[in-house]
Design a protein around this ligand. Structure first.
Ligand code: B4P
Length: 183
């Protein structure tokens, strides 16, 4: 099963991903985690990525696509791509790589949460990029660059919308009901 997780910053992708990969035995690739690890290691990619992440902007496509392509070979028995793709260009690059492997995506989960709730969640988390001004820029980046993916994957017939309001357990139940159709 190859699954993509799309949703605004703070929607709970990372939170839900933990349960999903444990239950469905999927390789978990979070570009946010991978980029934060690169920043912590002060690698060339990390030094480049930090400039964008700290301001709330998306990291350039060529940097992120490189990070993902390098690791997709580890995903032989299925994967959960968490926070990737985030632009149409990333989605097209992913389609191309997966077509070469004859391993297309099965389903794209859109985790939908209203903006006022996102602010509350991110403010209480308090990560370096969770300052109010940075959150605002991340939400604009989501609306302008990532939300078009909803249309892209709806057209492809693989988008499923999940209500992201409620307890972590309630939301996981909704996700599980969808993923069980693809087992
Ligand atoms: P990510 O690491 O992907 O983070 P995120 O979108 O902020 O969070 P997520 O949705 O995973 O929320 P979480 O579960 O943590 O991205 C960070 C940055 O990396 C981006 O801004 C960008 O710069 C860069 N980046 C990453 N991928 C990229 C790409 N493909 N292209 C370019 N740039 C890229 O939950 C948030 C909080 O809510 C937590 O505190 C959690 O405990 C809480 N929460 C979760 N579920 C809840 C619930 N049901 N009720 C109440 N609180 C809940």
């Amino acid at each position: 099963m190859r699954v993509v997780f799309v949703g605004p910053p703070g929607a709970g992708k990372g939170t839900q991903a933990e349960n999903i990969v444990a239950e469905y035995k999927l390789f978990h690739l979070s570009t946010g985690d991978a980029l934060r690890a690169a920043v912590a290691a002060k690698s060339p990619i990390g030094i480049e990525a930090e400039k964008y992440m700290s301001s709330g902007a998306l990291v350039p496509d060529e940097v992120v696509v490189g990070v993902v392509v390098e690791r997709l070979d580890e995903a032989k028995d299925g994967c959960l791509l968490d926070g990737f793709p985030r632009t149409i260009a990333q989605a097209e690059a992913l389609d191309k790589v997966l077509a070469e492997k004859n391993a297309p995506l099965d389903v794209v989960l859109e985790l939908a949460v209203p903006e006022d709730e996102l602010f509350k969640r991110l403010a209480s988390r308090g990560r370096a990029d969770d300052q109010p001004e940075v959150i605002k820029r991340r939400l604009v980046a989501y609306r302008e660059q990532t939300e078009p993916l909803v249309g892209y994957y709806t057209k492809a017939g693989i988008l499923r919308k999940i209500d992201g309001l409620g307890t972590v357990e309630e939301i996981y139940g909704r996700i599980k009901a969808v993923l069980d159709e693809y087992k």
